[in-house]
Every structure is written in structure tokens, then in C-alpha cells.
Design a protein around this ligand. Structure first.
Ligand code: ADP
Ligand code: MG
Length: 727
């Protein structure tokens, strides 16, 4: 067996799992390392506390004196939790998180030393921003970037570092991160949802978007993962024959979790809880070695931070258990990939879920208002929503009959479909008293308070209503949720803004009562956006055809999908909602296009290297063994060898054919790559997508064939059956 593969397997088989003993109650661990509102209250004076809380709740400014006080108490608290350093923790456009650690320690006059941290250091920092992607923003403006404290997401101690969540912006004000536009989108949805809420309840003063993500991932033994150059460099396997036993038996899903994985999860949960991430469920997923972790939902900004933090923590804890976490959407060919469902809703500050039907017809009208407006928003901006989840890795999942297709549609279930169908027939204009009673009793009165048992929950829908929230299922497992959440909240904000104007106009100009006006507008919306509603099988070819007829977009690849990010309609939307200006949008588009190109370029290089440096030499080696064997048979048996070595001779020829093909395909791919590299921007990305990428599958086909023929003892790459089953 090849030495690398052999050593990796030996290591993996000799693993002892570090048993994690749970000594403390989970609830007592929760938030231990978080400077949350309770800690704030303990450490701050009353007026400082109130000022911070008002910044969190109302977005008011914190003055410098208060910031100094917060900084000092934050530092004291952090030191008491073992911190020696602090960092502004932010989410640059790489999709990951970034930090630059500074010590609290400072020497004064070169002799006395003390721990220091003041308001200025808390509020603003200037990281060396030149190495973060900016899509040309900084070149255009020659502006430096700075990070600024986001008091709505609490600081936490991670390891020995106090981490302060921040935004990252250019001095000219343009966002250089994922958090800034998200915060602006959340502000927009708050403003317009609150205004609409006032139709139903004058006391509502704030609406929060809520997010509950479900993170899927694969756990692979570290030594085995490290034995594969493709996993190290691209996060997925580019070659490898599917194992004899995969997920066909459905025995992994909700099966018992292997003890090594269980120990990793226990430690991960303990660490997550200490960091205030309210993790709740853990279970096996469909594929072997695939798992899912989901928290209790939270306010969207906090939930996004927690997902980013969790992904980071997972990698570190996996290392302690000699695992590698694969977040890639499709690490293994022929095996289900990973997603990150984004469960989303809107909630008032008193905790009323606006997407939950209520006890009274009025409450149900409020529910219907937000429900229908969300569907309308998705209808208006389906292509932008698709673009918000576009990435090279997610392209493998969407439409591959394991995740929703690239067509965005909304599933609402039969009960609510029936309600909307009836509402569509309500009379236009003023309603007679009989009609009003009928509406109240027979239509909206019919919506049951609990819709949770949506028995016909449709797993093939990208955007499904699941009883009291929408579940955006097309999000990929590597995604930063901030990106889809920014789009979703912005389009809903815009929709609610329009709705309010239209309702008010009817009330003022047509002299309609408030609920009559609301009914009238909702009825029009229901009619307008029917084509986005789809209750059938999203996987089938029939839906592709039907969707096309309905005029829905079906952007299967990232370069196609991303275009929606810079079309006129999108630019106008984000500018109107003050979420991103044109420059910020174009910069993001540029960065994402470039990222796509780079990823494909790397994959193409890696595939070429492995095929030519590992696979072909091994195949030639084995072929030589067969040739040697045939020669020997001829020596012993004379002409009779032809019948005796029949199989060997056939195999020698087949192997030759695969070697020739791999060589030719790799050379052709390299030529295409050269051409693609001459282009720039979207043109280059398109060329990689259409001209370079198709070679991946073809090279893989021949390599995987060779894998089934060549002596297992000399095959250089750790095989799927070895990677995929944790013992
Ligand atoms: P699955 O899709 O695996 O069947 P569920 O439907 O049980 O899972 O999903 C529950 C998820 O929805 C959890 O992560 C939970 O936090 C989230 N969730 C529940 N209510 C809300 C809400 N109002 N807003 C946002 N997320 C929510
Ligand atoms: Mg789900």
C-alpha cells in the first residue's frame, strides 16, 4: 500500500477517543464567557448600563465617557475569565472571521507595566486592512478601513482573548464586511415592519428579524483527510470512487452517533454554551459521517455571529479529537452534501412571532399580512435571493436532487394554500357586513392557531413555510448567513414599505376601513405572486419546465446567478433601503466573481496534479506488473499464454486507454485554463464554468475507473470507504 495512505490508516485505526465527562449542568455553563446584559449590569453604573442598553435596543450613540467605563469593566471581567489579549472580531468579505490580537499589557515609562484598555480601543481599531478583499473600494477612494464596536452583539472571551464583535468599514463609509449591510437591512426591516405592525397594535415599537440556522457538516479522521491533497487544498474530494456501501440503506440518519463523534460533539456543545451559543439539537444526517447541529433561534445579527463563531470553534475542537470538519457543500461525489437551512421570522420586542397565527381574527390578519408580504417579496426578487446563496461549492448541491433546485419558489402547505385561494375571491372595494363576517369566521377564522403539524412538509422546496417561520433551505453549509439574511430582510422591508403606502392610499382616497384596505391589497398580492407558489416535487424535470413557463429564473451556476446582484432593480433596491450603495454592491459582485474563478482555478490545478502525479504513475506501475506477469506466463507456457493471460492482456489495454484519456483531458483542460486566465471578471468566471469545469468530471471518470482496477495495495489516495466510516 502507498506509504502515505498506509500511515494515515494506521493512525486512524489506533485512535482512542478522549472521553468527555459532563460534570456541570448545561444551563450553568450558558453564557459564562459572554459579557452579556447581566454581566453588564453587574459591572456598570446604572446610567452607563442604561446607555448601553439603549444603544442595543434603539441604536442610540454611546458617548466616549460611557465607552471608557464599559471598556474598563469589560477588561476587568475578561481578565477574571483568563483573557490576556483583546481583539476586534469581524467578518471581512472572505466569508470567514478575522481578528488581530493585542495584549492588554502596556508598559508605562518603560518600567512599570499594567493592563490597559480604554474606550477608544473598544470603539474603534484600524486593522491592516490591505490584505482583505475590497473589490476595488479602497483603490477608488484610497481610504483606510477601520473596525467599530457593534454593541448589539456581546463581547466574549474565547481562549485567552476578549473578542469584540465589530463592523469593518472604509473611512469613506463603504462597508468592507458582511455585518454592516446586515445591520442596515435589519434596521430597514425593523422600521417598515414596525410601521405595518401599528395597524394592529399601536404599542409595537420594534421588530426583530429572527434566525435559527441548522449547520450540516462532515467529520473525517484528521490523518485520513490530510493524506488527500484535494481535501487539504479544496475542502472536497476531486477524485474517488463511491464506496460499495454509501447511504443506500438510510442507516446513518438519526442512527446512533459513533462514540468518537459523540465526544467531539459534547465538547463542542460545552464550548458553544460557554460562548452563549444556544446549541440544542445534534443528530446524524443522511450521509455517513455527516452530522447536524442547530441552536435555538436568536435575533438575526446575533445568530449570524454565532454561526460564524461556531464554525471557527468547530474546527479547533475537531483538532483536539483528531478530526477534520468539512463544511464544503459537496465533499464526496455520490454522497449527499451539506446545507445550512436558515429558519427566519419576524418578532416584536415583546416576543410576538409575526409569522405565527393568533387566537383572534385580528391577530390572524396580522399574520396573513406578514405572510403574504413575505411571499410577495420573494416573488419580486427571486433572482436576487438565488444570487444570495451562489457559490462554486453550492452549485454542486442545488438541483442535484438532494437539495432544492436553483429555481426559487415558495411552499406554504395545503391549509394555507386554501386560505389564500379563498382570500383571492373576496370582493374588491368596500365589504358588506355579511362579507366581513364571512371573512372573519370562515376564512381567516379558519386558520388554526397551531400550524406546526404541516404534515405535507415539502423537503424539495427552497423556501418553505413551516408553521411559524419560513425556512430558506437553499443556503449552503459554508455560507456566511449574513449574505442571504441581508437580502431576505431587505426585500421584505421594501415590500412592507410599499404595502403601507398602498394601504394608506386606499384608506385616504377610497375611504376604506383599515381592514378592508388591508384585505384589498393582500388580495391583489395573492393574485400577483401566484407563480412563485409551488407545492409539488421541486426535484423533477417537470418542475423545471413548469417554472420556465411561469417565468421564474433557473440560474444553475454561480456566474449566471451573480448577475442579479448588479442589475438595475437590485442596485435601486439596496440604495432605496439604505443597505448598500452602488459602489458597495459592485465591489461585492466583483469579489464574489473573483472568488468563484479562483476556486475553480485551484480545483483545476489540483485535479491535474493528482491525476498526473499520483494516478497515472500508479496505473503505469500496476500495468508493468501485469506486463511482467504476462511475459513470465509466456516463458512458462509458450503460445498457450494467450488464453491463460487473457484477462491481464485486456486489463493492460483498458488501463492504457484510461491513461491516454486522462493525459489528453488534462492537457486540454490546461489549455482552456490558459484561455480563461487571459480574461477578467465575469468573462473569466464564465469561461472557467463552461470550458474548464466540464473536464473535472471527465478526468474523474477515468481515474475512478482505474481505482477499481489497480491493486489496492498501491493505490495512492485514501479511498471513500476509508474516509467515510468513523470506527
Ligand atoms: P428540521 O428542518 O431539521 O426539521 P425544524 O423545523 O425543527 O428542523 O427547525 C427548527 C429550527 O427552526 C431550529 O433551528 C429553530 O431554532 C428554528 N426556529 C424555530 N422558530 C423560529 C423562529 N421564530 N425564527 C427563526 N427560527 C426559528
Ligand atoms: Mg430544516
Amino acid at each position: 500500500m502507498s506509504t502515505i495512505r498506509f500511515a494515515a490508516l494506521k493512525k486512524a485505526l489506533n485512535r482512542n477517543s478522549n472521553e468527555i465527562h459532563e460534570t456541570e449542568k448545561r444551563s450553568s455553563l450558558f453564557g459564562r464567557n459572554v459579557f452579556n446584559s447581566i454581566t453588564l449590569q453587574q459591572y456598570l453604573t446604572k446610567s452607563a448600563y442604561e446607555s448601553v442598553m439603549s444603544a442595543i435596543e434603539k441604536g442610540s450613540k454611546i458617548d466616549r465617557k460611557i465607552a471608557d467605563q464599559v471598556a474598563v469593566s469589560m477588561k476587568d471581567w475578561a481578565i477574571s475569565r483568563g483573557a490576556t489579549h483583546y481583539t476586534h472580531w469581524f467578518q471581512p468579505l472572505t466569508g470567514a472571521t478575522a481578528e488581530k490580537h493585542d495584549a492588554f499589557f502596556e508598559s508605562i515609562n518603560g518600567s512599570v507595566a499594567m493592563e490597559r484598555f480604554d474606550g477608544e480601543q473598544l470603539v474603534q481599531q484600524e486593522p491592516d486592512a490591505s490584505s482583505f478583499p475590497n473589490g476595488g473600494i479602497r483603490n477608488t477612494f484610497e481610504a483606510r478601513g477601520y473596525t467599530a464596536w457593534d454593541p448589539t452583539s456581546p463581547a466574549f472571551v474565547y481562549g485567552t482573548t476578549l473578542c469584540i464583535p465589530t463592523i469593518f468599514v472604509a473611512y469613506t463609509g463603504e462597508a468592507l464586511d458582511n455585518k454592516t449591510p446586515l445591520l442596515r437591512a435589519l434596521q430597514a426591516v425593523d422600521t417598515h415592519a414596525t410601521a405595518v405592525c401599528k395597524y394592529f397594535d399601536k404599542n409595537v415599537s420594534k421588530v426583530n428579524a429572527t434566525l435559527g440556522w441548522e449547520q450540516e457538516y462532515f467529520l473525517i479522521d484528521e490523518a485520513l483527510a490530510n493524506s488527500r491533497p484535494d481535501i487539504i487544498l479544496t475542502g472536497r474530494t476531486l477524485l474517488g470512487h463511491t464506496p460499495a456501501k454509501g447511504q443506500q440503506l438510510d442507516d446513518h440518519y438519526f442512527g446512533s452517533i459513533p462514540s468518537r463523534a459523540m465526544n467531539f460533539m459534547k465538547e463542542l456543545e460545552i464550548e458553544s454554551l460557554k460562548l452563549g451559543i444556544p446549541v440544542k439539537t445534534r443528530h446524524n444526517e443522511v450521509a455517513p459521517n455527516q452530522f447536524e447541529l442547530a441552536p435555538i433561534f436568536e435575533e438575526a445579527n446575533l445568530a449570524v455571529d454565532h454561526n460564524s463563531l461556531l464554525m471557527d470553534v468547530m474546527g479547533r475542537i475537531a483538532k483536539r479529537h483528531q478530526f477534520k470538519v468539512l463544511f464544503h457543500e459537496k465533499p464526496f461525489y455520490g454522497v449527499n452534501g451539506s446545507g445550512k437551512h436558515n429558519n427566519w421570522s419576524l418578532s416584536t420586542s415583546d416576543g410576538t412571532n409575526l409569522l405565527s397565527p393568533g387566537k383572534t381574527p385580528m391577530k390572524n390578519l396580522q399574520f396573513l399580512t406578514f405572510f403574504v408580504n413575505t411571499i410577495k417579496a420573494v416573488y419580486n426578487y427571486e433572482e436576487l435571493l438565488r444570487a444570495s446563496i451562489a457559490s462554486a461549492s453550492n452549485d454542486h448541491r442545488l438541483g442535484a436532487n438532494e437539495a432544492p433546485p436553483a429555481i426559487i419558489s415558495v411552499f406554504i402547505g395545503s391549509q394555507l394554500s386554501a386560505v389564500l385561494d379563498e382570500l383571492e375571491n373576496v370582493t374588491k372595494g368596500k365589504l358588506s357586513p355579511e362579507e366581513k363576517t364571512d371573512l372573519k369566521l370562515n376564512i381567516i377564522g379558519k386558520i388554526p392557531e397551531i400550524l406546526l403539524d404541516n404534515t405535507d412538509r415539502n423537503r424539495t422546496s427552497p423556501f418553505a413555510f413551516t408553521g411559524n417561520k419560513f425556512e430558506f433551505r437553499a443556503v449552503g453549509s459554508t455560507a456566511n448567513c449574513a449574505i442571504p439574511m441581508t437580502v431576505l430582510n431587505t426585500i421584505v422591508a421594501k415590500q412592507l414599505k410599499e404595502f403601507k403606502v398602498e394601504v394608506d392610499t386606499l384608506i385616504e382616497e377610497k375611504n376604506l376601513k383599515k381592514d378592508e384596505a388591508i384585505f384589498n391589497i393582500l388580495r391583489e398580492y395573492i393574485k400577483d405572486c401566484k407563480s412563485i407558489r409551488f407545492e409539488g416535487d421541486g426535484y423533477g424535470e417537470a418542475w423545471e419546465k413548469e417554472a420556465k413557463k411561469r417565468g421564474l429564473s433557473n440560474n444553475k451556476t454561480t456566474p449566471e446567478a451573480l448577475k442579479a446582484k448588479i442589475d438595475k432593480k437590485t442596485i435601486a433596491l439596496f440604495e432605496e433601503m439604505q443597505v448598500m450603495n452602488k459602489i458597495e454592491q459592485e465591489a461585492r459582485f466583483e469579489i464574489e466573481v473573483e472568488e468563484y474563478t479562483k476556486r475553480l482555478q485551484i480545483e483545476s490545478r489540483v485535479i491535474g496534479d493528482i491525476a498526473r502525479n499520483h494516478v497515472i504513475p500508479t496505473a503505469i506501475n500496476y500495468q508493468n506488473t501485469l506486463l511482467e506477469n504476462t511475459k513470465n506466463l509466456k516463458e512458462v507456457f509458450g503460445e498457450e499464454y494467450k488464453t491463460i493471460a487473457n484477462e491481464q492482456i485486456a486489463l493492460i489495454k483498458t488501463i492504457s486507454n484510461h491513461i491516454t484519456q486522462i493525459n489528453a483531458l488534462t492537457l486540454a483542460m490546461i489549455e482552456e485554463r490558459k484561455e480563461a486566465n487571459k480574461l477578467t471578471g465575469l468573462k473569466s468566471a464564465e469561461s472557467y464554468c463552461k470550458k474548464v469545469k466540464p473536464y473535472f468530471e471527465q478526468i474523474r471518470y477515468h481515474s475512478d475507473k482505474l481505482e477499481t482496477m489497480v491493486d489496492d495495495n498501491i493505490w495512492p489516495l485514501t479511498k471513500y470507504r476509508e474516509l467515510l466510516f468513523i470506527r
